[in-house]
Design a binder for this molecule. Sequence first.
Ligand SMILES: [Zn+2]
Length: 302
Amino acid sequence: MIPDRNRLKELFKAAGQTYLGAHFSIAGGIHKALYTGQSYGCTAAQIFTKNATTWKERQLTDDDISEFRRAVADTGITRIAAHTSYLINLASPDREKRDRSRHALAEELIRADALGVPYVVHHPGAHMGSGMEKGVDLVAKEVNEIFYRHPERTPRLLLETTAGQGTGIGHRFEQLAAIIERIDAQDRVGICLDTCHIFAAGYDIRNENAYRETMAQFEAVLGMERLLFIHLNDSLKALGSRVDRHAHIGQGAIGPEGFRLIMTDPKLAGIPKVIETRKGSDKEDCDAANLARLLGLITAPA
Ligand SMILES: [Zn+2]
């Protein structure tokens, strides 16, 4: 049964201090996403700051900025990530596409900064056949270039773990570590871990032993201090399939135990977590169902 939003707010209260939310739509204004989050009782959120499927940049107006900042104050939701456009590929072997991508990523950072959003989540890119080593190099080079051109503090750029579809970079923790190693301003970057993506990439989290092993690898290769944001999605596809298809929490190939382990891991307690699962309709509020399932796992017996 899907809980109504008042019931969900009670679950959030009962869960104690947790930073949990969803990716919310900015239709009607970027600030709308936070009020939607508030209607569920959310304590974290993710947004796009433009139409993520086009190259067209969005010029924020003074109203966009003041309304968003007012929404942050009104809702108390401060753990917010802006997700970058899917078109950006810093690893493209095509110089022109790389220039365009670098420009677009800089604009993402500038918009997030204007809104006061602390994190920008970004997929590292795809090497398009030029090889992983070359791809890793190009991503680091372009990020360095952006940071040189914007020496002032920008929101933290979080590289997202990926499923490894096609020539995608970032499906092994070592690839992300190699990018970060080559970035000069390492305090300006971090990692966003996506449960669906790491699972599809071959990192198991379905039971306690597998979960501990995966987190130990993360800690050894990247370090827990780099983990600053988490995407909670179940996976429609099998372990190691390298196919990125999100499923509702507990209803995919990962299953509820993997999410219970994450929700109750004290090392991850302070890290904001958002779902990126299918929304459903007015009658079938999937965000409410998925968030309630996650909150229920915190108190569920092992
Ligand atoms: Zn994600």
